[in-house]
Each structure stands twice: as C-alpha cells, then as structure tokens.
Design a protein around this ligand. Structure first.
Ligand code: ADP
Ligand code: ZN
Ligand code: ZN
Length: 815
C-alpha cells in the first residue's frame, strides 16, 4: 500500500495535511486533485507528497481522482507549503491560490453498476432497491441527486448504502458542472449573392438615399467570409439602424459565432521592435542577460535585481528586452504590476512586443475569461503573463524571469484575507524554487529592498535619468511651502499664496493642474496650526490618534493615552485640533477660489464603477477639465502632457499616520506625485504645502533624492528596531464588546510572554495591546498586539490561537 499526504478543502483542516491510502490500481501523482472522504462528506484534496508509510495509524482510502493531470506543479506544491508555514495560514487557503479559477466546487455523487444487471438475484431485493437498480441499468450512471428526487434524501441514503454493501452498485464522484458559457459574437454576411447586392447598392446610390446601407453592402461584397458585426460597422462607419434596415430587407443576415475569449484585443495593436537602449539601460540589460545566461548554463543560482529609476527612465523597455532574452533561452516570464497600473496602455506595450503571446490576469476579467486564460497559460501558449498580485501564482511553465514593477507598492500585500502574503516575498521564494531571475523595479524602492542591495543580497541597477525623446521635460522643479508662514501672513485659505498664483497662471495659459490630497487618516491626528507640531507617543514616536468619542489622544501601538491639550505644548497657541480636510471640501474650496476653472474629482468615492478610472482620465486627458483633484490614486504612472503644475495640499497627513512606515510612504507618494508634472514639453512645477518643511521625507522628496531619504530612514529603523532589522507580526482580536476584546488581548499577551520565557527566546518583544488603527470595523471592536523579533513561525505555530484572532506576518500599513 502507498499513501498520500493531502491538503483537504475544509475549514477544519487548518494547517494540517492528512494521510490517505491509495487504493490499488489508482495512479496518483504529487499535485493531483482528488476526492477524499472527510467525516461523512466527500471533499476535494490536493496531493502534496507520496510516501510508503502513513503519518497516522488509521487511514481511509482516496475516493477518486478529479482530473487525470496534476493541477499543481511540484514547485507550486512546495510554494503552497511554504506560504502556509510562513504566514501561518490554513494549508488549503495557500493551495487554493494556485488552483484554476472556480476549481473549488462540491462533489456530485454518481452510482453505477459493476456487473450486468441480469446477474443479480432480483427477487430478494426490496421494491426501492429494485427501482434504483433498474434506473442504473437503463442509464448506466445515475446521479445521487436524481435518486433523491424520487426517494427523498433519507430513503436514498439507506437504499444506496444497502446496494453498495451488497456490491451491487459503486459510487463515483465528479465536480459539479461549472457553467462557463462559450462566448458568442454576432457576425454579418450577405444573404443574397454579390450581383444582387451590387444592384441594390447602385439603386440606393441613384436615389441618393441610405448611403450608409450602400457602403455596408459594398463592404460585405468584398468580404469572403462573415465579418464581426462591430468590425463591419466600424469599417463602413455605419449605424445600427442601417444594419437593421438591411436585415429587414432580407439582404444581410446576422449569425452568432463562438469565439475564443481574449482579454487583449489585438485589432489596434501594432507589433513593435526593441528600441536602441541608452547607455544606462544597456548596462542594466547586460547584467540581467548575463545572469540569465549563467543560470541557463547551470553555473550560478539566479540573481535578484533592483532596477532603480524614476518614472520615464526606461525601466519598462528594459523589462521588455529582458523578457525577449528569456524567451530566446526557451523560457517564460511573469510580470506583476499594481492593479491600478494594469491599464490597457500598459498591457498594449507588452502585447505589441510579443503579439498573441501575452496573457492577462486580473480580478476584473469574467470568470470565463479567467478560466480560459488559466488553461491556455498552463499549456504554455504564452511567453509572458502580466497581471496584478495573484498573477504570481499563474501556472506558467518553464519560468525563467519574474518582474515586479513598482515593487514598493503596498497592494502587493494581501492584507484583507488569508493567506496574508506579500507577492514580492512569494515571488522571491518561487524564483528560488524554479531557478528564475527576479527584477524588482521602482522609482522609490522599498527601504527594505534597498537595504538588501546595500548588503549585497540583491544587485542594484540604476537608470538615473529620464529618457527624454524631446528637448525639455527635465525633472520638475519642486518647491516646499511652509504653511505656518501663511498663517502668520494672515492667509487662512487652503491654498498658499504661491500655489494660488501658480494655479491661476497655469489655467490662464490653458495648462492643467493636479491637486493632491493624501486623505487617509486626515481626521485622526491633531496638529497645531500655528507651529505645526503633531503630538506623538513618548515611547513609540508615532503620531497619537484622536478618538472623537472620548476626546483623548491614543497611541495605537502601545495604548498610551492623554487628554487633548487646550493649548499647544510648544507655542502655547490655541489653534490645536486642526484636522485637515477631505477631497470633497477641497473641491468646494477650489471652486470658490478659482471660479474660472473646470474641476474634476478622482477618489475612491467616484471610482467605484468598473471603468470610471479610465473615464475620468480620458476626460482629463482630452482637456475637458482644468484641475484634477484626487487622493493617492492619481500618483500612479500616468502620462499627462498638459499638466504643468502639481500641488500637494498637505504633505503632513501622510507623515502623521501612526505607523513607522509613514515617512517612507510620504516620500513615495510625494515623489510619485511630483513625477506627474512636466511629462510633456511644457516643463513643470510642484508645490508641496506642509507644516513640517524640515522633515527629511519632505526634504528628500522635494529634491527627488532617494539616497538622502534612505540614509536617514534606515538610521531611524535601526535605532527604533524596526524592519528590516527586525520582523513584525500583528495579532488582531475582534469582538462586539470593547472591554471583552481588550481583556482577550491581555490574556493572549500573557500567554505569549509565558511561552516566550519558558522557551527562553531572548529577542522577542510583545507590544500592546492597543486599539487597532481601525478600532471599530463593521460593528466589531479591534485590539492589536505587535510582536517584534526575528523568527516567529516556529514559535507561533505551537500557540493555540482561538477564533476571532487574525495573524498578519510582516504586516504593512494600518489595519
Ligand atoms: P519607465 O518604465 O521607467 O517609466 P519607460 O520604459 O516607459 O520608462 O520609458 C519612458 C518613455 O521613453 C516611453 O515612452 C518609452 O517608449 C521611451 N523610451 C524608453 N527607452 C527608450 C530608448 N532607449 N530610446 C527611445 N525611447 C525610449
Ligand atoms: Zn504650536
Ligand atoms: Zn506608544
């Protein structure tokens, strides 16, 4: 007998795998999807390992296979196990990341007969048993559900188990049918012959009427086969009414034809070749090429590169040529981009370099499209898979190169559901397992990533300048404006005098303006409007959060509390409690101050709909508005040549979040926003309004000086024992009762301390409990513990973590 270690699709399985016996005659491989008995159910399982011995004394047998081919490759099986261990997530949650779309379904049970029915001793059977056997003999295979319709659920169970017990029928399992409808598209063709159609064209032309109908007919006369309706209408520039009229006259006919779903429409994409690289690009590509080659020859393990270059410095061109190189070596690539950058323009650049060889994966594809793409990727149809976070799990065979663009982006971390993985860390693990080279690209690399280049773990490649095809479009000029001076000068408006003048001037020159507001957390910290001080925790250095209800300031890291002071502790001003404004208010004020300008607002409130990002952008690009007002969303890689002015309304909002990464985040956002200006030939200006102009993140962002920022930031990280010098874990408990929630968090803290001390682990700090950043979420209160140390998985995996707790390993941002 042989045995399989199986990850079971059940919430009770948690991080465990289960041993099952492989029945004789069944061929089972690692990565195979199977049916297994679990309790009194038949569930899905994925085989992780084969072994001659079971890991427990008693095992049950595998019930059947779901698909003859394994659904997971051996490296994906290892990756799933790593994710479950590292992120302490249920094993099947990790496995599920790599399964084909809509794979998780229930088993449908069927019964059939192993022998011809005539061989049974019919008279000894009950009426019901005979009835079922007759059904089986007539149909060959009958679904349990059909039997239940006749006999009812309880009777069916009884009868079937009797028949199975007598060996008269056997059970088998299949997946519930998935209903992905084939995609059909209307095609148009002539219903009459070409001679008659031409006669009609001549008649219409003579009468000088219905010229659209005539040109459509003419177009169809030339076509040798049916033409997609949309294409025919476009080519003959003809409205729907003309098609309808011709159909009515019986001259043309519409026909629904089944087509492959292709998320990329190649109609308007022209193939493109590689550009001649600049020196910096050439040097970067050379290093990547040589690593790819060394790996192919089996000489070295693959390298990890950080491609550091501002927006427009030509990183994407390097990606494209590196991909071409890996394809030349007979391998394939995966490219990750943040969801918001996964625009048609981005995809087009890849698709035009690798026509019909690019697959796209993202959450907005229909289930059918996802399903088709996944299957085609697995068969090796694509050289490149491009997608957001979860595309790292695409079944791309012969993986040779993984590219993560904007590697610093927080959207690569899945924070809202298990497994709480970071796509970059998963990619590095996958690369290690498959021998793929990794390129991380960014204008503002994650401090932790850059630290690895300093230690020599990653290789740093730099593109210090923009590729400037035309004269001009240098990096924009950045000016920091001290808002305290505005107040002293009697200006209480949201706009400083300089910004206000610049806006007026830009609009009068018919140029465009972006006003940027980092809204998150604007209302939760308190700042003195006269001197700009923000009250911070004396122990943790993070900004204190204002709790409206109780009127107190709270440290969301260690729970230190203090009342809101009536006067500023530094300058004795009474103007404390300044909370900043949101995008809606900003829009109102801009409307008031610049009545001549046409405004457009872009934030998550107005972009909930599927295509509204594109709509807003297109509107702005078409110069149907003068000022675009938005949150961090507008900081992404957009090319807007008419924008000559960017205003950051209050840079402090980002700095004062209760998070040690606040400085890094502020630096990244301001740098990106600044990069939006001056993409065209008009040049650009950036104004940053702030109450803390001396802050290193703002200083460095204004100078577009990454090194300046990094050196300060890494020193603070070292001093305060924050990552990359330690690692963090966040443990959040949620409960409908605030006091009980806090008490449970205290209990957990004591448990953790006991465990730690009994194991003698020295470098493990336990901070809190404190209210989580989002203290109340959907009617539940949340309290948080933070662990700080170097190794957790082994320690935490032994601690019983009850329901209501969420563990986040390497948490990012505030939750
Ligand atoms: P990034 O990815 O760093 O933002 P891109 O690769 O998009 O930079 O390059 C910015 C612009 O410069 C694009 O329009 C691109 O086509 C162009 N470009 C990039 N490399 C070159 C090159 N070597 N020669 C000419 N144009 C280039
Ligand atoms: Zn003050
Ligand atoms: Zn604190």
């Amino acid at each position: 007998m042989r045995y399989a270690e199986v990850s079971v699709n059940s919430p009770v399985a948690q991080r465990r795998a289960f041993s099952y016996a492989i029945p004789p005659g069944l061929s089972i491989e690692v990565g195979q999807a199977i049916w297994i008995p679990f309790g009194d159910k038949i569930l899905q399982g994925i085989v992780l390992e084969l072994s001659p011995y079971p890991s427990v004394e008693e095992t049950r047998e595998i019930s059947g296979i779901i698909e003859p081919e394994p659904v997971l490759s051996p490296s994906h099986v290892s990756l799933a196990r790593w994710i479950s261990e590292y992120y302490l997530s249920p094993l099947f949650d990790a496995v599920a990341l790599m399964l084909p779309p809509a794979f998780e379904r229930k088993a449908a049970t069927f019964i059939s007969s192993p022998l011809p029915i005539t061989e049974y001793d019919i008279p000894s059977l009950t009426h019901e048993q005979r009835h079922v056997l007759e059904l089986v003999s007539r149909r060959g295979k009958v679904s349990l559900r059909d039997v239940e319709k006749i006999l009812g659920v309880r009777q069916t169970r009884l009868v079937i188990s009797q028949l199975v017990g007598h060996g008269l029928v056997v059970k088998s399992y299949e997946m519930d049918r998935i209903r992905v409808r084939p995609k059909r598209v209307p095609y148009l063709h002539l219903k009459v012959d070409a001679v008659e159609a031409r006669r009609e064209v001549a008649r219409l032309r003579q009468q000088g009427r219905a010229s659209k109908q005539a040109s459509l007919l003419e177009f169809l006369c030339q076509a040798t086969q049916p033409v997609p309706l949309s294409e025919a209408r476009q080519r003959a520039s003809c409205p729907a009414s003309a098609v309808k009229a011709l159909v009515g006259k019986g001259l043309v006919e519409l026909q629904q034809i089944e087509v492959k779903r292709e998320p990329i429409s190649y109609q308007s994409i022209k193939p493109s070749g590689p550009l001649t690289l600049t020196n910096a690009q050439g040097t970067a590509l050379q290093s990547i090429k040589s690593s790819l080659l060394q790996v192919a020859k089996g000489h070295t393990s693959p390298a990890i590169f950080l491609l550091h270059g501002v927006t427009g410095s030509g990183k994407t061109e390097v990606y494209l040529q590196a991909l071409a190189e890996v394809v030349k070596l007979g391998k394939r690539g995966i490219v990750l981009v943040p969801e918001i950058s996964l625009t048609p323009q981005t995809v087009e650049r890849f698709a035009s370099r690798f026509p019909h060889k690019v697959a796209v994966l993202h959450s907005k594809l229909s289930l059918g499209e996802q399903f088709d793409e996944w299957q085609r990727i697995r068969t090796g149809e694509f050289d490149v898979v491009i997608g957001s976070r979860s595309a790292i799990f695409a079944p791309q065979p012969e993986l040779g190169l993984i590219i993560i663009d904007e590697e610093h982006e927080w959207t690569y971390k899945q924070h809202d559901k298990s497994p709480r993985y970071h796509a970059r860390d998963v990619a590095l693990k996958l690369a290690e397992m498959t021998g793929a080279v990794v390129i991380l690209g960014s204008a503002t690399p994650d401090v932790e990533t850059f630290y690895h280049t300093q230690r020599g773990d990653y290789q740093l490649l730099q593109l210090p300048e923009r590729v400037t095809p035309k004269e001009g479009s240098p990096l924009p000029q950045v000016k920091v404006i001290d808002l305290r001076d505005e107040l002293k000068a009697g200006n209480t408006s949201t706009f400083s005098r300089l910004l206000s003048q610049a806006i007026t001037k830009a609009i009068s020159h018919e140029e465009q303006v972006i006003l940027f507001l980092n809204r998150r957390g604007t209302a939760s910290f308190i700042q003195c409007r006269s001197c700009g001080i923000v009250l911070r925790c004396k122990r943790c250095e993070v900004a204190l959060t204002y709790h409206f209800a109780e009127g107190v300031l709270v440290c969301h890291q260690c729970n230190y509390r203090m009342p809101v002071p009536q006067v500023c502790p530094r300058c004795l001003s009474h103007r404390m409690k300044f909370l900043g404004i949101g995008t809606q208010r900003l829009e109102q004020e801009a409307g008031y101050d610049f009545p001549q300008a046409r405004l457009l607002r872009w934030d998550s409130d107005v972009t909930k709909r599927k295509r509204s990002h594109e709509e807003i952008l297109n509107k702005f690009r078409a110069h149907q508005a003068d000022i675009l007002i938005g949150t961090q969303m507008i900081a992404k890689g957009l090319d807007l040549p008419l924008v000559t002015l960017v205003g950051v309304i209050n840079a402090d909002t980002g700095l004062n979040l209760p998070d040690f990464r606040a400085g890094e985040r502020a630096f990244q956002l301001i740098s990106q926003v600044a990069g939006r200006s001056g993409r065209g030939t008009l040049g650009g200006q950036v104004f940053i309004q702030t109450y803390s102009p001396e802050h290193y993140a703002i200083q460095a962002a204004a100078k577009q000086d990454y090194a300046l920022f990094y050196n300060k930031e890494i020193a603070y990280r070292r001093q305060l024992h924050n990552p990359p010098f330690t690692r963090l874990v966040s443990l959040v408990h949620s409960h409908t009762n605030d006091a009980l929630c806090q008490r449970e968090a205290e209990r957990m803290k004591h448990l953790l301390i006991e465990e730690r001390d009994s194991k003698g682990i020295a470098d493990l700090g336990i901070i809190g409990p404190a209210p989580a950043f989002i203290h109340r979420l959907r009617g539940r209160f949340r309290w948080q513990l933070i662990l700080r140390g170097s190794e957790f998985s082994a320690f935490l995996s032994l601690i019983p973590i009850p329901q209501g707790w969420t563990i986040d390993i390497d948490p990012i941002g505030l939750t």
